[in-house]
Design a protein around this ligand. Structure first.
Ligand code: UD1
Ligand code: CA
Length: 463
């Protein structure tokens, strides 16, 4: 039986106090809605239907290629969760299963959803529930003497006795589509909020003699709904902890798993060590034995086996070969591609630059748009002048070249293999292999020279 997933995300999310639609706020670097969609995708649905209203354009703009097959259903007025599902069902065939999710419940797992869908496949209504230590204003699950679910009552409509119940409705449910459609047709907005409640389908199902089965999650965190920034922060911490727990199981050591942020995906080989205040952004891969931090940022990069990254280094869009040493205080920008054993020291910036094995820029340098061979030494204070105010130009440095301290290489320029640039040179024309380039004013020494002070002291003897 075909599965259709319906994700509700039309609400305003006023409690976020934000110009950004609630479901686009991120958890571990990924918009909540995208997380829910990725999790749903693991169930291989026939189609996903997104019910959108507030912020529909902004949300649609985020659904490029990856989600282009999603069906967008516009809910102009938010008349309630029941209404939202009802209009989505106009696009769903009768002969399958419908699974309803909320765009603001981002930690739900595919395993729980599978269990819920299995109940629907057996012809019943599956409802994901949790026993919450603090059930707050969530809908309460009403069970009879034999422990069967009879109905869901919203907090605002609940009696004091019902409010004392700790089992809550996550909002997630699944049922055979034709049954769900029939129940929703009977839902009326006769409640405190004057809304069409999706939750009313539970009592209607029971009334029809169709069983409502609860799927009680063991970890209540799975069903936390995000309504404000406090809950967003709470969910963020949980997601971060899930990431670090998983990596620790795979053999990564964190100096403190509570002081690292992973905003995207981080995959690590064994025996990596990650120090405090390190932030990973986008897709990052660390090969075995990488040592990072403290206070390092790594974005969308691949670090080879045994790479060492010292404090306060920022790496972005780079490929770093095995055994490279970076930092402290290095800035490795997009397009940096280092062969094994490269050494980049403090206050060195690289951009669109490849470096051959064993090359070094140990202090205070800028390397932009450069192709550098193996075993090159790029001296302290030296820079590639890659920009003329209009265009960027390339610098090529051959194997084994030595660029002395404080050199200025005006691109486009080639420094030949095993050549030597004298310290303080401004190099404006190509240097042949195995040559010395000296591009600086010649030193003059003036003998017996007195400074103005010394001269003054000589002409007016002390009294
Ligand atoms: C809902 C449930 C409640 C459950 C809680 C879990 C109902 C009536 N109540 O309450 O039992 O404990 O979720 O978090 O379903 N939405 C639409 N269109 C609408 C209304 C809502 O798309 O017309 C979307 C919202 O954007 C949101 C989701 O549905 O993503 C839930 O709506 P919300 O108003 O937050 O429901 P709750 O009052 O939290
Ligand atoms: Ca909610």
């Amino acid at each position: 039986m075909n599965l259709h997933v319906i994700i509700l995300a039309a609400g305003k999310g006023s409690r976020m106090k934000s110009d950004t639609p609630k479901v686009l706020h991120t958890v571990a670097g990924v918009p909540m809605l995208h997380r829910v969609m990725s999790i749903s995708k693991r169930l291989a649905p026939e189609q996903m239907h997104l019910v959108l209203g507030h912020g529909i354009e902004a949300i649609q703009d985020t659904l490029a290629e990856q989600w282009s097959s999603t069906n967008i259903v516009r809910q102009a007025e938010q008349l309630g969760t029941g209404h939202a599902v009802n209009i989505a069902l106009e696009h769903v065939p009768n002969d399958g299963i419908s699974l309803v999710l909320y765009g603001d419940v981002p930690l739900i797992t595919a395993e729980t959803l599978e269990r819920c869908v299995a109940i629907a496949r057996a012809g019943e209504l599956g409802v994901v529930t949790a026993n919450m230590s603090d059930p707050a204003q969530l809908g309460r699950i009403l069970r009879n003497e034999t422990d069967s679910i009879e109905a869901i009552v919203e907090f605002k409509d609940a009696t004091l006795q019902q409010r004392a119940i700790h089992e809550i409705n996550s909002g997630i449910l699944a049922a055979p589509t034709h049954l769900l459609r029939g129940w929703l047709a009977q839902v009326q907005p006769n409640n405190q909020q004057g809304e069409y409640y999706l939750t009313d389908v539970v009592a209607l199902a029971v009334n029809d003699g169709v069983g409502a089965q609860g799927i009680l999650v063991t970890d209540e965190n799975e069903v936390i709904g995000v309504n404000d920034r406090l809950q967003l922060a709470q969910v963020e911490r949980i997601a971060q902890r899930q990431h670090t727990d998983e990596l620790m199981r795979q053999g990564v050591t964190f100096a403190d798993p509570g002081r690292v942020d992973i905003r995207g995906s981080l995959s690590c080989g064994a025996d990596c060590f990650i120090d405090v205040n390190t932030v990973f952004v986008g897709d990052v891969r660390l090969e075995p034995g990488v040592v990072i931090g403290p206070s390092v940022v790594v974005e969308s990069s691949h670090l080879g086996t045994g790479v060492q990254v010292k404090a306060n280094t920022v790496i972005e869009g780079a490929i770093i070969g095995a055994g490279c040493h970076l930092g402290p205080f290095a800035r490795i920008r997009p397009g940096s591609n280092f062969a094994p054993g490269v050494k980049i020291g403090n206050f060195v910036e690289t951009k669109k630059t490849s470096m051959g094995a064993g090359s070094k820029a140990s202090h205070l340098a800028y390397l932009g748009d450069a192709t550098i061979g193996a075993d090159v030494n790029f001296g302290a204070g030296s820079v590639t002048c890659n920009y003329d105010g209009v265009d960027k130009h390339a610098t090529i440095i051959g194997d084994g070249a030595f660029v002395g301290t404080n050199s200025t290489l005006v691109a486009p320029v080639t420094i030949g293999a095993e050549s030597f640039v004298a310290a303080g040179s401004t190099v404006t024309s190509n240097v042949e292999d195995q040559s010395l380039a000296v591009g600086r004013g010649k030193q003059r020494n003036i003998a017996k020279w007195l400074s103005p002070l010394k001269r003054k002291q000589k002409s007016t003897p002390e009294d």
